[in-house]
Design a binder for this molecule. Structure first.
Ligand code: FAD
Length: 401
């Protein structure tokens, strides 16, 4: 995670043309795009930048299902240059199949990217072992995706924050927003633990807490937060491509060689209950370690040296919500439904355009508007079993690949 000392000292500003609530990758990227366009922008963060999911994720940037996919793929290879700081971005993904059924599943999933003009290559076990020497002798094969990629989340948060400051954007940390003041149908200021900050436009990019803030405006944003875990091993020899997934795990090999992986089950939480338990728990860690051993049998001997938990934000259909509200009409809602890291270069650009122009000129965001949930039942979480564990509850763990 980026540390406070990593940010340059700044005078305490009071307000900006655009105020962004949330110093994760979504808010920071949006603010950076705004600052690039010469807009006076201020990010308010309740803790320190990147402390939540944005600094704790798997670093994957491969979201073929998103209307922002093309822009995600276009921007990532340029981000180090655009930001002026390293994100450790590496291109491509390799999907490992431990059996024929997984291979068929990977083929189905990669079709979406193929149908958008991206290329894949089927790898037989020998070809896969050449690219990923850590897989076992009985592996079924894999798919080389000539798209997608991964980056270092903490480096990326820091790069956005520094690049934002380089362009005159401001960040105030330890400023928790607890209310929003409206006048004549517009948000005119946010009220924080460090006082009031005026704004002409407001972006709510507070991860799972976006729902609580939108609630202050009388706007319902359906989000179910869940706790997810990752483990990191000692370094192993660096592979040609570090973005290797499979067996229900996501993750990457770091430039130093560590294997950093996560995967379900995830634990559902209440929106008000996001403070505790950012440490990993041994049952989930054991499950991750076991599946990593199955995915990379040739690395079964290496030790797990670090672990942590983070909170993912899930909408009912698994897609982000990026929308400029009708009332109050100067507020943009931006919450990313567990795919926010990879999409951040593109989501930030889209959010900046929504804040300034009211529309995005490079992607069709209709699939991401809030109105799609208009008919959602009030008890949608209970109906899906997306509720926190209770002694009487049965299956309230989310299994996710
Ligand atoms: C273990 C794990 C693995 C993941 N793997 C991937 C992956 O491989 N690829 C991918 O694309 N995504 C992944 N994700 C999801 C991704 O990390 C998130 O979708 C993304 O980071 C969301 O960014 P954000 O800026 O919208 O929200 P957050 O990172 O949650 O940031 C929101 C910020 O708002 C601040 N905030 C909240 N309330 C207030 C308030 N009232 N006042 C001021 N500030 C406030 C918070 O402190 C926080 O810093 C993963 C997530 C986890 C936890």
């Amino acid at each position: 995670m980026s540390s406070e000392s990593a940010l340059r000292p700044q005078p305490a500003p009071k307000g900006a043309a655009v105020v962004v609530v949330g110093g994760g990758v979504t808010g920071l990227s949006a603010a950076w795009w705004l600052a690039q366009a010469g807009v006076d922008v201020l990010v308010l963060e309740k803790g320190i930048v990147g402390w939540e999911a944005s600094g704790r994720n798997g670093g994957g940037a491969t979201h073929a299902v998103s209307p922002l996919f093309r822009e995600e793929q276009r921007l990532w290879p340029m981000m180090d240059e655009l930001l002026g700081y390293p994100t450790e971005y590496q291109p491509y993904r390799i999907r490992v199949a431990l059996n024929e059924s997984q291979l068929a599943q990977h083929r189905r999933m990669t079709q979406l990217a193929v149908s958008q003009g991206f290329e894949t290559e089927l790898l037989d076990p020998k070809a896969l072992r050449e690219l990923v020497p850590l897989v076992g002798d009985t592996v079924a094969g894999g798919i080389f995706c000539r798209y997608g990629g991964h980056a270092n989340p903490q480096r990326t948060v820091q790069a956005y924050a520094w690049a934002l400051q380089d362009r005159g954007g401001r960040i105030v940390q330890h400023a928790a927003v607890h209310d929003i003041t409206l006048r004549n149908g517009r948000a005119v200021s946010v009220e924080t633990s460090q006082g009031s900050f005026g704004c002409e436009a407001l972006v709510l990019a507070a991860g799972p807490q976006t729902a609580l803030l939108a609630g202050r405006l009388g706007v319902e944003v359906p989000i179910a937060p869940a706790r997810a875990e990752m483990i990191v091993t000692e370094p192993v020899p660096v592979m040609r491509h570090g973005g290797v997934d499979g067996g229900g795990l996501y993750g990457r090999q770091t430039l130093r060689g560590n294997l950093a992986y996560g995967g379900g089950p995830h634990e559902w939480l209440e929106a008000q209950d996001l403070q505790p338990r950012r440490a990993a728990t041994s049952p989930v860690m054991r499950s991750l370690a076991r599946r990593m051993r199955d995915l990379f049998p040739k690395a079964a001997h290496v030790r797990v040296i670090r672990s942590w938990a983070g909170i993912v934000e899930n909408t009912p259909d698994g897609r982000p919500i990026l929308d400029r509200l009708k009332n109050p009409e100067n507020v943009v809602i931006a919450t990313m439904s567990s795919v926010g890291f990879g999409l951040s270069p593109a989501s930030g650009r889209a959010i900046a355009q929504l804040a300034v122009d009211g529309r995005c000129n490079f992607a069709d965001l209709r699939q991401l508007d809030l109105a799609r949930f208009a008919g959602l039942a009030a008890d949608w979480r209970e109906r899906r079993g997306w509720v926190p564990w209770s002694p009487s509850g049965a299956d309230n763990l989310m299994v996710e690949s």
